[in-house]
Design a protein around this ligand. Structure first.
Ligand code: SF4
Length: 367
């Protein structure tokens, strides 16, 4: 086949100021972080902490909780204290909950300026309280809740409208000497979203929280987010990401991590290099790849495992990987670090790969 192209590095990271969301730095040269949002009633402290624990286990680095009622606001202090990862309170409509969230020790507060009534009057007080507590603010502009004035000016939520809204809200804080801000300008259309973030990136140095809002059910939302984040991150734009899916939040984290791993913005963990199969395949590649994935699930060490259907590309790819199998004639040639270590019957391929993977993982841990 053709020689492999050398991996080109991604664009230089956009210069952004660095803010601190609890223990997680966002912006500057901090690694791009993955966040999600709980789906429980925040006032149900037990259920919310349980979900946060699950999100933490899945690799989530920052979690956001909604705060629509006083009961939710009352729960924030306990949740912020007991969560393993920084908690951001998500506030719409009610400035008083912003103060409650800051007092509760939340790592940051997200406000949706288009939704906060009399926000202008409250900005000074919010800036002072946030500044005193060292609590950053995310200005979260959303196509669906764009300021009425801008909606009228632009006719709809164009990239220009989203950016103007965000920069205007930021300027209200800046007037009071507050710059501890990150910004999002979300839209459900990846093309509009990408253009909005590009424009915003050129016009400020705030760290940016990427999101395609209301991206849809898992399959569609995954593709939309991957395409949009991929475009922006490969241009160096984006400091923290949230994938929005109509699916459990741990799924969002899985997708987010995979996007960062695909762009080499995060150390790859288990990677299955499996062929699409074709008329030459001598084994059921889909089934074998699924079985190998399942057998190796949860392995934390970076490992590239090749699962190839025949001996055409099989040995080549299997040799490039840490571990691999090339199938043929009802047998599998097992490769470790480029060497054929044994040939096993088809029925033993999965268990042999899992065995060898565990050995490699042990060696890596010892190293
Ligand atoms: Fe087809 Fe073999 Fe390539 Fe798989 S490795 S796609 S079976 S030629």
């Amino acid at each position: 086949g053709l020689p492999e192209l050398p991996a080109r590095p991604l664009a230089m990271r956009r210069h952004s100021r660095r803010i601190q969301v609890g223990s997680v730095a966002v912006g500057g040269d901090a690694p791009v972080s993955v966040q999600s949002m709980t789906t429980t009633r925040t006032s149900d402290i037990g259920a919310t902490l349980q979900q946060i624990a699950e999100l933490t286990a899945s690799g989530c680095q920052i979690v956001r909780v909604a705060c629509p009622t006083q009961d939710d606001a009352d729960a924030l202090a306990t949740i912020a204290r007991k969560s393993q990862i920084p908690v951001i309170a998500d506030i719409h409509f009610q400035p008083k909950y912003v103060f409650a969230a800051i007092d509760a020790g939340c790592a940051a507060v997200r406000v949706n300026p288009g939704n906060i009534k009399q926000f202008d009057d409250k900005v000074k007080e919010i800036a002072r309280a946030a500044n005193d507590a060292g609590t950053p603010i995310r200005i979260g502009v959303n196509a669906g809740s764009l300021d009425a004035r801008l909606l009228k000016k632009y006719g709809k939520a164009t990239p220009e409208a989203l950016v103007e809204s965000a920069l205007w809200e930021a300027s209200l804080f800046e007037e009071h000497g507050f710059w501890d801000i990150k910004i999002s300008v979300k839209h459900n259309d990846p093309v509009v979203m990408v253009n909005a973030y590009r424009q915003l990136a050129a016009r400020c140095d705030y760290p940016l929280h990427l999101g395609v809002t209301e991206a849809g059910p898992a399959f569609q939302g995954t593709i939309k987010s991957a395409v949009a984040f991929g475009a922006l991150l490969s241009e160096g734009i984006g400091d923290t990401i949230r994938v929005s899916l109509s699916a459990p939040p741990a799924e969002e984290v899985k997708v987010g991590l995979q996007i960062l791993e695909s762009l080499n913005l995060k150390q790859r963990r288990l990677e299955i290099v499996s062929c699409p199969s074709c008329g030459r395949a001598q084994v059921d590649v889909y089934k074998l790849a699924d079985q190998v994935s399942a057998g190796l699930e949860g392995m934390e060490v970076p490992l590239r495992v090749a699962v190839m259907g025949c001996v055409v590309n099989g040995p080549g790819e299997a040799r490039e990987a840490d571990l691999g199998v090339a199938s043929g004639n009802g047998k599998g040639q097992i490769f470790v670090k480029g060497e054929i270590i044994k040939t096993v019957p088809e029925s033993k391929i999965v268990e042999t790969l899992v065995e060898e993977a565990l050995k490699i993982a042990e060696d890596m841990d010892d190293a």
